[in-house]
Each structure stands twice: as structure tokens, then as C-alpha cells.
Design a protein around this ligand. Structure first.
Ligand SMILES: C[S@@+](CC[C@H](N)C(=O)[O-])C[C@H]1O[C@@H](n2cnc3c(N)ncnc32)[C@H](O)[C@@H]1O
Length: 265
């Protein structure tokens, strides 16, 4: 694992829900509206995490089946216990080597995962391999180099003021390819054609500063992983700086943008 990836802690479903799941769910709803896939299809959700996208597919798309494939056993256990729909199945697996038959899936989807996969080309090639002819390969990632996710940007900006090393951990630096051009190029290299890109914007609303800060103390995800690697005085200094800069006026409202990609196979 490279040093910037060492805080990418994915395992505890409840903690993830508070940090990212609640926002990921909002993007999933808009993404599926855009995808506008027919009913009664077989879907996979690559890197399904705690199940945010799978749950939205079940709610919105009337699928025949949804199979979530996720590397973290903790997340798979969480998804199995919270999503009990008979059409859903969750397995531990790797996006770079999918445990799925070639040409068997109508809609291959993935939410906020591709940038974390070490070999993105392998993941996209696998996503294409398992799609049926005429099927869809589609995914979304945060617009890290651009509008990004307001609460992450605010966190890293404050962290970098207190710790030089935090500068290199910012997702915008780690994932510069998360632009329409960068993602389209990755898709083309994996043999995906007729690629379309759509911006999906949401607003992250935190009623209080504690609602903003608490998820960073739960350790699930890169920024929370970094936050919990700090000793108590340094963490308190970071909390204090954030409270002073963004948390002094009550409700905090921040934008977030994801890029959604679709390709017909
Ligand atoms: C930001 S979370 C997104 C989770 C979920 N899709 C959502 O929208 O809430 C990234 C997820 O990708 C998973 N992941 C990262 N690399 C993976 C890989 N090579 N294979 C499968 N899952 C992977 C992580 O374990 C984590 O659950």
C-alpha cells in the first residue's frame, strides 16, 4: 500500500454510513434517475460497501437481481443484515477479478469506488467482460479535482494548515484523473465505447458542527482514518480550527459533485 492510501480504512458499516453513506445515497438516487434503466434486469454493484447503491437500485429500478461485490467482509456483513430483499445478494470479492460469469450482467454499476482500486484498468476491463452484449457499464466517482466534496475539502484544508504531510493526502491530489476527460480516457483504454458523462450535484447539510465533526472520529474512510491516526492534542487542534473557520454559525451547508459515466457494451 502506498503512503497516501494507508488511511483508506473501509470496514465498519455504521461508521461509514455517518461519514459517507448518507451522501452516497443521495447521489445514487439521482444517478439511477439519469441511467433510466428498464425493469427486470440483472445488476451488479462493484465495491458495494454498506449497500447504498444496491438499496437504491432495489427501491427505484425494479431489478430482477442485484449482486453487491465488496472487498471488505465487515461491509458485506453490514449490507446483508440491513438489506434483506430476496433479489439482493452480497459477496466478498475484488473489483479487479470479478467472481462473475462473462457476458452475464445487464447493468454493471459501481459507486465511489474506482479511484480506490489499485488497478483501475483491470477493474474497468472486468466490468466490461461481465456485461451482456447490449448491456451497460456505468459508475460514478466524486469530482475530487473540482467541486469535490465540501466537507472533505474543508477537513484537508484545515489539516494541511497544521500538518505538512496532510497536503499529499487530499483526494484532489491523489485522484487527479477524476475529471470527465480523465475518466473517459480510462474507459476508452479499457475498450468501452460511446461513453457519456453527467455531473451529479448534491448539498451536504450538517445541522450542527458536531454532526459535521463526529464522522471524522469514526475512522471509516481516508479523512477519518487520518483523523484517528492523530494523537488527542493534534486532533483537538484540528477540531478547534475547523470549528473556528466553518462551524461558528450553526448549520453548515456544503456542495458535492460526482461524475457519472455510462457506456453501452
Ligand atoms: C467510498 S466506498 C463506496 C461504497 C459504496 N459503493 C457507496 O456508494 O457507499 C469505496 C468502497 O470500495 C471498496 N473497494 C475498494 N477497492 C476495492 C476492490 N479492489 N474490490 C472491491 N471493493 C473495493 C471499499 O472497500 C469501499 O467499500
Amino acid at each position: 500500500m502506498n503512503t497516501s492510501a494507508k488511511h483508506d480504512a473501509w470496514s465498519a458499516g455504521d461508521s461509514y454510513e455517518q461519514y459517507m453513506g448518507r451522501w452516497s445515497r443521495q447521489v445514487a438516487v439521482k444517478y439511477l434517475d439519469w441511467l433510466n434503466a428498464p425493469n427486470n434486469l440483472d445488476w451488479i454493484d462493484v465495491g458495494s460497501g454498506a449497500g447504498a447503491l444496491s438499496a437504491a437500485i432495489l427501491d427505484q429500478c425494479n431489478p430482477k437481481s442485484v449482486h453487491g461485490i465488496e472487498q471488505s467482509e465487515g461491509f458485506v456483513t453490514h449490507a446483508k443484515s440491513t438489506i434483506t430483499d430476496d433479489r439482493a445478494e452480497f459477496s466478498v470479492g475484488d473489483a479487479q477479478n470479478l467472481i462473475i460469469e462473462t457476458g452475464s450482467i445487464d447493468v454493471v454499476s459501481s459507486a465511489l469506488v474506482l479511484n480506490f482500486v489499485p488497478d483501475k484498468h483491470a477493474a474497468l476491463t472486468e466490468m466490461k467482460r461481465v456485461a451482456k452484449p447490449g448491456g451497460i457499464v456505468s459508475f460514478y466517482v466524486w469530482d475530487y479535482p473540482g467541486i469535490s466534496v465540501g466537507f472533505m475539502s474543508a477537513f484537508w484544508k484545515a489539516a494541511a494548515k497544521l500538518d505538512d504531510k496532510a497536503e499529499d493526502l487530499k483526494e484532489g491530489k491523489r485522484f487527479p484523473f477524476c475529471t470527465p476527460e480523465g475518466l473517459t480516457e480510462l474507459c476508452h483504454k479499457a475498450g468501452l465505447k460511446s461513453v457519456t458523462v453527467k455531473a451529479i450535484d448534491i448539498e451536504c447539510v450538517f445541522p450542527t458542527f458536531d454532526d459535521f465533526w463526529h464522522p471524522f472520529t469514526l475512522g471509516a474512510g481516508p479523512a477519518p482514518g487520518y483523523c484517528m491516526s492523530l494523537d488527542e492534542p493534534h486532533r483537538e487542534a484540528l477540531r478547534g480550527l475547523l470549528k473556528e473557520t466553518i462551524g461558528s454559525k450553526g448549520e453548515i451547508v456544503m456542495p458535492a459533485r460526482a461524475w457519472a459515466i455510462k457506456s453501452e457494451v
